[in-house]
Design a protein around this ligand. Structure first.
Ligand code: GTP
Ligand code: MG
Length: 277
């Protein structure tokens, strides 16, 4: 049997960061032309009043001025970090840049989400709660309580087909929404998955990180989310991107299926028993 299952032997509860304090949580948001969404999104995340929560937004010189809007917001918000990328463009590499930034700032957990309100911020507290017992939390449309609302028949069918295909090809059996970009990673996942070796430039980064993390033995849990189609701003979805993502799944299988589980040690004192074999 070489099907990939999330590990059941969970890490011990590590709700608190090493040292006993609350975890430092970074929300990482890649943006391209999201000026109409980003202010409201940031304010709604702030309204959750989650202690020790920081935001990092990675903008690729959006022509609509998202970057300037972010700079304006950041002037009065020390918890808002803006990464401007002038040379590079792409959802995949932007996400990696954001993860690296958050790790450098000593994040314990990093939540990635889209800027267009398809990923509603109200789910954030549940991500953090669920991460007490696992390494990765995936916001899923396809578990009980999850929903994929207001998407046209075609997009909904593409998402379903993509998940069927990815789960079959990459043999990820325990995750039902492998294309969800609303996720939480504990720090050690991103430290262990070699981010400099990622091959996805675009949205297939979502399945690439999940595939590698599961092969390496990290435990994944899913929580239900209600995914709503974007209301404002312009989609970056295209048929070309969709075909690339399908092809990339086969490439990921070819390149990385030989990754093996690693010994993962929690960064807690030994007596916690938070060690995985
Ligand atoms: N930095 C950066 N962010 C991007 C890029 N492309 C997309 N994004 C962001 O990645 C997230 C997902 O992109 P979307 O355009 O919503 O893609 P989608 O969800 O497949 O498509 P729709 O929901 O139909 O718009 C959004 O926050 C985008 O702003 C990019 O090239 N660079
Ligand atoms: Mg979207």
């Amino acid at each position: 049997m070489n099907r990939i299952r999330g590990r059941r032997k969970a890490v011990k509860k590590t709700a608190k960061a090493p040292g006993g304090s609350r975890p430092l949580v970074f929300v990482m948001i890649p943006t391209y032309n999201e000026k109409k969404n980003i202010v409201r999104l940031i304010t709604e995340i702030e309204a959750l009043a989650i202690p020790r929560l920081q935001l990092v937004v990675v903008d690729d010189a959006s022509p609509d001025g998202t970057g300037q809007e972010l700079d304006r917001l950041a002037r009065s918000r020390p918890h808002l970090h803006v990464v401007h990328r002038r040379e590079e463009r792409g959802r995949g590499t932007a996400g990696i840049a954001g993860f690296k930034y958050a790790l450098n700032k000593k994040a314990d957990m990093i939540i990635e989400m889209d800027a267009d309100f398809s990923h509603h911020p109200r789910h954030i507290p549940e991500f953090i709660r669920t991460a007490r017992d696992c390494d990765i939390v995936v916001g899923s449309r396809f578990v009980p309580g999850g929903k994929d609302l207001e998407r046209g028949f075609i997009r909904h069918t593409i998402t379903r087909l993509a998940n069927f295909y990815i789960r079959r090809v990459l043999k990820i059996v325990d995750v039902h929404d492998c294309t969800s970009g609303y996720r939480l990673f504990r720090r050690r996942v991103l430290e262990t998955v070699k981010m400099d070796n990622t091959v996805s430039l675009g949205p297939s980064i979502v399945q690439e990180l999940l595939y590698k993390a599961v092969l390496l033995g990290f435990e994944v849990r899913e929580i239900p989310i209600v995914f709503v189609d974007r209301k404002q701003g312009k989609s970056t979805f295209s048929w070309r991107i969709m075909v690339q993502s399908f092809l990339m799944t086969a490439i990921l299988k070819f390149l990385f299926s030989n990754l093996r589980r690693v010994e993962i040690h929690d960064k807690k004192p030994k007596k916690s028993g938070a060690r995985r074999s």
